[in-house]
Design a protein around this ligand. Structure first.
Ligand SMILES: [Cu+2]
Length: 193
């Protein structure tokens, strides 16, 4: 019986054109590139921070705020998600909202710097709030604030303590800051005195 059985099997296997072709081989979808790729560029690399300053507050004050101009040289949104500083027990991201004619501070989820754009943190607007100052802030002191971005990268900014916006005309009371707005008036005529 064996030869017959073998013949039948061979016939079954070799029938040409009978029925659909053999089932397609299952392809195992295993893409080695599927793992999360490391971020090509950390958001902190695209973020610039200029003109940072911390508002000087009277001795014993609990809170102050940090202002600066954030720039984004990248093409995608950069979000500051939180901040920290050894100068304060807590650091929050705040903005001001108009609440029935009264400007009130509100905590926000993030400070967003659009691609190729800027976010200007200034009194009356967005700011980084220092809550529970660990020491008095004296003019001339410097406060380091670390901004933590959405991708986890960080940028630390050193902000000098100032009494207020530099745009205010200085009345009396020169605090010794160099005024660096005198561009174009450098007369090199060297009066020897
Ligand atoms: Cu605030």
């Amino acid at each position: 019986m064996r030869p017959v059985l073998l013949a039948v099997l061979l016939a079954a296997c070799s029938t040409p054109g009978a029925g659909p072709a053999s089932q397609p081989t299952a392809v195992i979808e295993e893409d080695p590139t599927a793992a999360p790729a490391p971020t090509a560029t950390a958001q902190a690399d695209a973020l610039t921070a200029e003109g940072a300053w911390v508002r000087a507050v009277p001795p014993g004050s609990k809170n102050s705020a940090v202002f600066l101009d954030l720039g984004n040289s990248g093409s995608t949104l950069v979000q500051v998600k939180r901040a920290r500083s050894t100068a304060a027990g807590a650091v929050e991201l705040h903005t001001h909202v108009d609440d029935g004619g009264v400007m009130k501070m509100r905590q926000v989820e993030s400070l967003d710097v659009p691609g190729q754009g800027h976010l200007h943190l200034a009194p009356g607007g967005d700011h980084v709030m220092l809550i529970g100052l660990t020491a008095d802030l004296h003019e001339g002191d410097e406060v380091a604030v670390t901004l933590v971005l959405a991708d986890g990268s960080e940028k630390t900014v050193v902000a000098p303590v100032k009494t207020g916006p530099a745009m205010a005309p200085a009345h009396g009371h020169d605090d010794g800051h160099g005024h660096d707005d005198g561009h174009g008036h450098e007369h090199g005529d060297g009066h020897g005195g």
